[in-house]
Structures are given as structure tokens and as C-alpha cells.
Design a protein around this ligand. Sequence first.
Ligand SMILES: C[S@@+](CC[C@H](N)C(=O)[O-])C[C@H]1O[C@@H](n2cnc3c(N)ncnc32)[C@H](O)[C@@H]1O
Length: 417
Amino acid sequence: MPFEKIPVSDEWVFKNVRSTEQWTHGYHRYPAKFLPNIVKKIIEDYTIEGDIIADLFAGCGTTLVESKIHGRKSIGVDINPVAQLIASVKTNPINPDTLVEALNILAQKILVFEEADYYNLSTHDRIDYWFFPQEKYKIAFLYEIICQIEFSQNVKDFFLVALSNILKNCSRWLQSSTKPQIDPDKIPTEVFVAFRRQTNRMIKKNLEFFNELKKLNFDEVESEIFLEDARSTSIISDSISTVITSPPYVTSYEYADLHQLTAYWFDYVSNLLEFRKNFIGTFYSYENGLSCDSKLGQATIDELEIKDLRTAKEVANYFNDMAKVSDEMFRILKNKGKAFIVIGNTTFKNVKIQSAEIITELLEKTGFEIQEVIKRSIPFKLIPTIRDENTGRFTTLENKNSKKIYPEEYIVIVYKK
Ligand SMILES: C[S@@+](CC[C@H](N)C(=O)[O-])C[C@H]1O[C@@H](n2cnc3c(N)ncnc32)[C@H](O)[C@@H]1O
């Protein structure tokens, strides 16, 4: 049956979800993050105690957090160092007393901040582009005192995540935009106020998560996040019971660009070109091939080629990368192990890109058997639903080329024979 004809499965819609911020899920904004309820339901309905769960596009770690609170060991992989930092902090709650102690020390240091000490500060030219000097000095100071406090790396990382999440608010970044651009009218939020607010919120959530894991006796459940490529990971073959993942959407989010403030401040990269390399689904693809292992994928690429060669290459590149990820999932899964892939379709230049069907075809080519395809509508505004019809990128309704997209997505369930 064509996926479009599959009826929406109400039990996967989670219409009444009021908040996506339970446990540590709300620590940091992250584009296209999972609705935690989807992962929770998969774990509760399809996994058992002792299962090991993996997410090869772990992002900010939704799968890992849900795995931990359900007592399942988990492994995450992401190519983005910012994702690795956030996911590791979210899955490893810290003794609440230690955090308060560390925060008090930071607060004391903030009281004696002297702007003049930073007048000679030299920063990356992209930092100078995004930040006014006043905010820049305070951020440099916070970064310095966090790195210097005499606490474990976990504690430092906790405060680095807090700092990372306030960077956009404290910069000239146009907040409502899905692509990096300056807001000429913006008055950035005061850095110390934003940091205090953010750490207080996180400390409260850490306490809840820490206590619940202790109560359930799951505080020692292992959770790891590797900075690796989903196409080729260090995960042991035949070791994983369940993969739960949502791949990047084809050429819609530039994760590298969107996380550049953190990447520059924390010295993860020195240039964006370098940072973009190896991200799947990027607009900046390097391969030139136009062939694809899926029939539907090939037909789509051929149709796109007539309209726009560059987009056709990007789409071909994306599906070829996803074929490699499919092979990798097959390799790491145990016999009878299952993969749950959450994916939506899209449109470029009026050409339908049926990513869910195409990826399912690629999964079958790898050797997976299809168990079920679930269709869910997306009532909760977790991802933007407006696209520029020409470029395929997310945009806002003011754009004259805008079109509503992604009202639905699919959960493709496959298993290894
Ligand atoms: C849709 S997001 C996943 C969000 C995640 N489910 C969550 O809840 O945060 C896709 C992720 O794929 C990652 N990614 C892109 N290319 C990758 C690659 N080659 N290997 C591993 N991860 C990659 C991006 O950094 C991004 O975090």
C-alpha cells in the first residue's frame, strides 16, 4: 500500500501532550528533536529488560534519556560535537548538592567580573560577527570560569550546556529563523541573567531526574554517546537489540550552521566548511553521482534533475548515505533485532520526495524485513511545517514561496531476519 494511504494511527499522535520538557529533555533547544513520547512508547511496547538500545542520529539524546529512565542500556552516535555534549549531560545527572556548590562558586566569581579585563580579548571573526562586545566579554568570562572550576568534567559540561543554550539569546542571531541571520533590531538578553535563569531551570530538572533514577534503581544504567559517523560506527556487530532513530531530513536543516555559536565558542571548529563535512542531509554535498539503489529514489532524482541538477545531486547523495546507514544498522543489530525509523516526506520544486518509502526500499535492499509502517500526524509544533517551495528549506509564512509541509510522518519498523 502506498504510505500516503495508510490511516493515521491515533495512539501515536499524542494530541494531549502539554510539555516535551520532562526529565532533562528541555535542557537545550535542538532542531527536529524527537517527541519523547514516541521513544517512550516504542521502549514500553517493544523492548524488554536487558535490551540494548542504539540511536545512530542521537542528536540531543532523547532516545538515551528515555532508555535510561526505562532501565535500558543505550548507545548514541552523532557527528555533531554539540549534540554529544548535550546528550552526555542530559543522560548523566549529577549529585544535586555538588551542582549547587559549583553554582555558588560561579556566582561568587560573577560578582567580581571586570569588563575591562577583556578589552584586549581576541576571538574568532565569526564570534565578532554574531556578538556585541558587551555580551562577548561576559561569555568569554563565563567560559573561562566554568573551565577553571575544580569539579569533575561532568559538572563543567553541565554549565557549558547552560552557556551553550543561552548563546543565541545573547547574540544578534534572528531568533525565529531556521537559518543563521542577523536581527538588526535585536537587543540581546543580559548574559548573567540568562545564565542564572538557565542554570536554575536545569538544576531543578537534574534533581527530578537524579531522584527518579535513584528511586527506580536505574542510576547506574549505562549510557554512552560517541562522536562518530552513522555510516561507520565503532558499535560491536550483532550487539544491539533495538535501534530507535530519526535521520536528518533531506537538505532542510544545516546542523553545523545552526550550532556554529557553540562550536566557535567551545573551540570545536575553526571554520564552517570543515564543520559541515560529513553531516548527512546537508545542502553542501560533495558527491556528484545521480544514481540511487531505490527505484522510487531513482525516479525522484531523475525528475529533479530536469528541474535543478544541484538539488538532484544532493538528494541522490542523501539516499546513498542513508543506504550506508541502513547497512550499518543491520550490522550492529542482533538477529531478530528491530529498527524504528521516524521519517517524514517532503517536496522540492514541486517534486515529491517520498523519503519514508525510499528509505524503506533501501532497508529492504540491505536485508531487513518490514514489520509495520505507522503513520502519525504532528499536532505539536516540534518542527517547522513551512517550506520554501523553491529551495526546500524551512521558512516562515511571510515568504511568498512558502508551503505547509510535514503534517505527517512515518515510523517504519523493520527487523533483521
Ligand atoms: C533529526 S536529528 C536527530 C534528533 C534526535 N532524534 C533528538 O531527539 O535530538 C538528526 C541528527 O543527525 C545528525 N547527523 C547528521 N549527519 C550525521 C552523520 N553522518 N552521522 C551521525 N549523525 C549525523 C545531526 O547532527 C542531527 O543531530
